[in-house]
Design a protein. Structure first.
Length: 134
């Protein structure tokens, strides 16, 4: 569980730096879910899954990700950051759960593939390749 607390802390530091927050926003639930407190700039709900489900094993699953300003690069920047974190903590995949039209378009742009019509996933190695090509 300490590993998950370290993961939570890194995401919290990232959000504090990127969005200029002064206080901690991110917490870890007993179900291994990383979430942000309600605020005006970012909404994050991240599931940590080590076992196979609809998603492959060792997957960080984005259940909810929203920013008050859209189409300015926050999502791509966060996925790039999350790719490095996933690699550091031994995750092999990132997933997007229950994607709506906007998030499925975003997922496809980054190379995620659709699992079942509404859920997307991608191997960390493919994201690393995507970001090295930019």
């Amino acid at each position: 569980m300490i590993e998950y607390e370290d993961l939570r802390a890194e995401i919290d530091r990232y959000l504090m730096e990127w969005f200029k927050y002064r206080k901690s926003l991110v917490f870890l639930t007993v179900d291994k879910i990383i979430a942000t407190q309600r605020n005006s700039r970012v909404d994050l709900y991240l599931r940590i899954r080590k076992v196979e489900s609809r998603f492959p094993p060792d997957c960080l699953i984005i259940a909810r990700l929203g920013f008050n300003k859209e189409w300015v690069g926050h999502g791509t920047h966060f996925i790039r950051f999350l790719t490095g974190i996933a690699l550091k903590y031994g995750f092999n995949y990132i997933g997007i759960e229950c994607a709506n039209l906007k998030s499925s378009t975003f997922a496809k742009k980054l190379g995620f593939y659709c699992i079942d019509g509404e859920n997307f996933t991608i191997a960390i190695t493919k994201l690393i390749s995507y970001f090295s090509m930019e």
